[in-house]
Design a protein around this ligand. Sequence first.
Ligand code: GLV
Ligand code: GLV
Length: 323
Amino acid sequence: KLMKVFLTRRIPPEGMKILSAAGVCEVSQWDSDEPIQRADLLKGVQGAHGLLCLLSDKIDAEVLDAAGPNLKVISTLSVGYDHLAIDEIKKRGIRVGYTPDVLTDATAELTVALLLATARRLPEGVEEVKNGGWSSWKPLWLCGYSLSGSTVGVIGLGRIGMAIARRVMPFGVKRLLYSGRTAKDYAAEVNGEYVPLDTLLSESDFIVVSCSLTPETQGMCDKAFFSKMKNTGVLINSSRGTVMNQEDLYEALSSGQIAAAGLDVTTPEPLPTNHPLLTLKNCVVLPHIGSATYSTRGIMGALSAQNLLGGLQGTDMPSELTF
Ligand code: GLV
Ligand code: GLV
């Protein structure tokens, strides 16, 4: 008898192919590119043996209860798993698959692109070309900040943080600082110096937030954090939006406490078009596209399907979250 799986969205075809070729499950799906409503999620998961979800789906006790006792596996099409109620999942003996590693390079690339775009004011420049603000070459116009000779601070030197560090070093970065729970041996490759967060904040020209969202990092970037940064400091966040206190960020950016910010993640997502941060020229906001390359999303789709199948069949998953 086929096992039942529920997909909360259309996923890359690479993943669908693997699921249908396996011939072990009957797939039902929220067949849309738009998010599933809560009520439809609660209905859709009923009786499912497997659930494939996205980072925008909150999977908590209510969803798990709605699914019922068949549920063996949750496979998320993301590296982040802060949307999953891990304690509740663990209590029920459900396995979890996720997609680390395969999106590291794409996410690091995007983060460096965002850093350069923010530091060198690319969106402002593009806008000036379009609106006629480009009147001549001007010595003092649209000046930004250079990576060359700078100090970069990475908060959370994990897989993605390290991939970012590797990519910025060739720009002539002078010092690479990092902070987090522990020092990392592999940081030697980028001459990374493990420092207390306060040191990182006060000495870095560029700060990249690349940690996972935990109770410790939730709201970490607040008034006190910004007050320790340089006035010329540029802050980049490609982790999770709630790491940032956005009201404090608005204040820090508009008062000149810090120079600029580039965000690939916000609270909420999508950020409302009338959000105050979007009125600031020194804030560059992207729509959470860190892993968005054709190849990476295809591989994420395939991996999440393989994780789902492993969980359904009680075999190895290529990327199982251990907790
Ligand atoms: C993206 O933010 C992810 O967690 O994969
Ligand atoms: C995220 O997956 C990281 O380890 O940086």
